[in-house]
Design a protein around this ligand. Sequence first.
Ligand code: ADP
Ligand code: MG
Length: 407
Amino acid sequence: MAQLLEIRNLTKRFPKVLANDDVSLKVDRGEVRALLGENGAGKSTLMSCLYGLYSMDSGEILIDGKPVHIHGCDDAIRLGIGMVNQHFALVQKLTVTENILLGDTSSRSPWVDYSGGKKAVKELSDRYSFGVDPSAVIEDLPVGIQQRVEILKVLYRNSSIMIFDEPTAVLTPNEVLEFLQIIRKFKQEGRTVLFITHKLSEVMNICDSVTVLRDGKVVGNVQVKDTSEAELARMMVGRDVFLQPAHQAQNVGEAVLKVSNLKVKNSIGLDAVRDVSFELRSGEILGIAGVDGNGQLELGNAVTGLAKVAEGSIEILGTDAANATPAQLHKMKVSHIPPDRHKTGLILEFSVEDNLAVKEMKSKEFSSYGVIRRGYVTRFAKKLIQAFVIRGCGPETPVKHLSGGNQ
Ligand code: ADP
Ligand code: MG
């Protein structure tokens, strides 16, 4: 039987980086293929070329043994290729059905058959037990359901090759299990799934085969039954990796953060955090567990000065820090990596160096008399880029051009 999908010698270069270097792979009908690789390995770029979001510099794509030309998503969709991106492409104010009908170019009629569409969406949702209400407005839906809307879009267009870019990154453990069940069903139906992930357990759990990418090159194609997590990790990183680091108790010191009887309200004025107390000592890592939406966000925001403390206290190294401003907290050496780097972490249009320096701008090395000391800012960025191995950029690269993990 001919391979359903074949990519031959695909190369894609961005100004600063060779993102895909002579990549070849073959995937069969009904196969679930993992694309595995570290951040910046070129997984999203490869799939974006296949889906027509990027145009490749050279190479060939064949479906059922025939060369095809993909110059845009329209071409890809017509060829039965669908993609669910890491960042969903949904219009927040529109309903589920409206979103699904939006990109549908198959009908020649100038009229949109909304009620027909709604019925079709309902049927699809029922067939896969998605529990998606076709009339719901996107912004009212939790992330897990929004992802199902994206999957419904792909199903509505009846794609036989389905690409998922890190689909489980946004899901709770339970949702992940349900999602893997959905993938199994697609496989039973004979659909081909390309599944980007860096979670080895998911690869072992539902994939048939794995293509490992490193620095834009294919470093291996293996069958899941012939490999192990340790081997995959080694291929991914290029050296031995210890998956279970020996976890030793550290020398923990005095309390650096003390939260007592904290109460924080959410954006609509309801209690999000109620009477929470804990201590964090130096050298200690404190995990906070819970399903999204149970106050973690508001707790983090209160500790980092982004949300108001309604009651209770926060002390940092013995100093009262409740309702301190983010700038004051920065001086106290508190830092924050927010959950959504696009909304609150980065200024996407700014360069890497400006993003790295933005919090420091008031200190005298970075600016004097209100003028940015550009030379210092650039040197500072170069040091951090090297120390933290931020790949595929120079200090002046707009941060929006970096891959997710590098962002
Ligand atoms: P992965 O999905 O494996 O994390 P990507 O395919 O996103 O990796 O990125 C591969 C490389 O290409 C990275 O070095 C990234 O910085 C670079 N890159 C990705 N998209 C762009 C873009 N639009 N412009 C410039 N460089 C990019
Ligand atoms: Mg990616």
